[in-house]
Design a protein around this ligand. Structure first.
Ligand SMILES: C=CC1=C(C)c2cc3[nH]c(cc4nc(cc5[nH]c(cc1n2)c(C)c5CCC(=O)O)C(CCC(=O)O)=C4C)c(C)c3C=C
Ligand code: FE2
Length: 455
């Protein structure tokens, strides 16, 4: 294949076309696989030839799916909550108080556990996230074989519960993966979700003694909310719900409404540069644009935790407002996540449904999460192939571009990289000096130096 660096490998601090600062983590930049314009059959063959050289026989291409994770049973809930609240990307403390992160996480998880446990008990005792993520990974892998002749190994890295991300990294190292596509299963980027998982990888990859080989190339897909395939798959699922309203419901209930309910984040995250809200709005505009004529679209945010200000409007404020303005036919669409979880199965299906009915919204529908939807799965497989063909971001770049690493950390990274570069240059000069002096000694003596040492 033809390796074409899309980003300069030599520089460490660059500016992109928007004049934004980018850090180039040259150790991890994947060699993009470049393809000429060709028919899809030719492309499949080229791709196979590019990634699966015959003499190796084993592709050594991996896809790491990042996700949040969830308790599998009731007794896991407190430990899961502890891991979540111990994450500085979830509870942000000023640097001076950072030593208190763990005791605070312990206190909050203990206090919240009974309420959370009750919610998980109402959906069978545990989260279905691992089940759906595993099915998604397997189906994406099957789609890669079927539609692209590409054999990959898939890995699941959960942030707060089993299977944890570090376990996935160990397996990636054991399998000697050479090219890794890192794909967070969150369509929109938030510092609190994809950002937190990528930060873990960034820390691990930048260690001198990292679990994964420095030779492994990787690329990150930081967000994919605007992919036509994803937009179409959600729009199609909503249309099924819209078409399910009976003639009677339409005659008595009037207009159909769609309420996108996104997971919230604290407003302060957005004020500090988290791109999440912007991406949610753009995503809802795109999917909303696919709705049939006459359907009215709304957006609100759910699942806030604690007394601080979260993104508004809140779903539990919007439902009564819609009800009092006469809305009867409503489809609620979970939008920040691609599989069913506690917040769709309990918060939307139980709490919000009850609130909607009490508010007079009599004809309630909930759009399912994408789960194993075929259009979605095939689009994710296409995304993996596109990422191998045109790698975009390293973990460092993804963190920096999305404001997950602050300026202080950036300068530490730059310093570390500069030191590494200087050391490389010095080593190179010493090596050159050694070669030149060896040649001079050999020329002057007329004998090989190795020969002089009896070799
Ligand atoms: C895009 C999705 C998500 C964002 C953004 C997000 C931010 C965020 N979450 C919390 C606190 C909690 N989240 C919890 C569960 C949970 N969160 C998401 C997704 C996002 N979170 C999912 C899919 C799940 C469910 C996992 C499952 O088990 O099914 C929980 C635990 C449940 C509960 O007690 O309510 C908490 C707590 C914060 C504070 C935050 C942003 C800072
Ligand atoms: Fe959450």
């Amino acid at each position: 294949y033809i390796p074409v660096p899309l980003v300069p490998r030599s520089g460490i601090l660059k500016k992109n076309t928007n004049n934004e600062r980018l850090i180039i983590d040259k150790r991890c930049q994947m060699s993009p696989l470049q393809f000429t314009q060709s028919t899809s059959k030719q492309r499949k063959m080229e791709l196979k030839a590019a990634i699966i050289p015959e003499e190796i026989g084993d592709p050594k291409v991996g896809v790491l799916f990042l996700n949040l994770g969830g308790p599998e049973k009731s007794t896991d809930v407190e430990g899961f909550l502890y891991n979540l609240f111990a994450d500085p990307d979830i509870i942000r403390l000023p640097p001076l108080l950072s030593t208190l992160q763990k005791p605070i996480a312990l206190a909050i998880s203990k206090r919240r556990a009974p309420k959370s446990r009750a919610a998980y008990n109402s959906i069978g005792g545990g989260s279905p996230i691992v089940k759906y993520t595993t099915q998604q990974a397997n189906l994406i892998s099957a789609s890669l074989i079927k539609n692209h002749n590409l054999n990959v190994k898939t890995y699941i890295g959960m942030r707060y519960w089993y299977p944890f991300t570090d376990q996935a990294l160990k397996e990636i190292a054991e399998d000697d993966i050479q090219s890794l596509v890192i794909l967070p299963l969150y369509p929109q980027f938030s510092v609190s979700t994809s950002g937190s998982s990528l930060r873990l990888l960034q820390e691990e990859f930048s260690k001198e003694e990292s679990i994964v080989s420095k030779k492994m190339k990787h690329t990150v897909v930081d967000s994919w909310y605007n992919r036509p395939g994803y937009v179409k798959s959600v729009a199609d699922l909503i249309k099924i719900e819209l078409e399910s309203f009976t003639t009677e419901e339409l005659e008595s209930g009037g207009k159909r409404h769609v309420l996108f309910s996104a997971h919230g984040v604290p407003q302060s995250y957005i004020d500090n540069g988290d791109p999440y809200q912007e991406q949610i709005i753009e995503c809802v505009e795109k999917i909303g644009g696919e709705m049939p004529e006459g359907v009215e679209v709304h957006l609100s945010y759910q699942s806030r935790v604690g007394p601080i200000e979260w993104l508004r409007p809140y779903t539990d404020d919007v439902l009564p407002t819609l009800g009092s303005s006469g809305v009867k036919n409503l489809v609620v669409v979970p939008i920040s996540f691609v599989s069913e979880h506690i917040e769709t199965l309990e918060e939307i299906d139980i709490e919000y449904k009850e609130l909607a009915l009490e508010s007079g919204i009599t004809n309630w529908r909930r759009c399912p999460a994408l789960n194993t939807d075929e259009t979605f799965i095939n689009d994710m497989a296409d995304l993996v192939v596109e990422s191998l063909q045109s790698p975009t971001l390293t973990v460092t770049e993804a963190c920096v571009n999305n404001n997950c690493i602050d300026v202080k950390e950036i300068s530490q990274l730059i310093d570390a990289d500069k030191e590494a570069q200087v050391a490389e240059r010095i080593n190179g000069r010493f090596a050159m000096l050694g070669i030149v002096s060896t040649l001079m000694v050999e020329l002057a003596s007329g004998k090989s130096l190795l020969h002089m040492f009896g070799l």
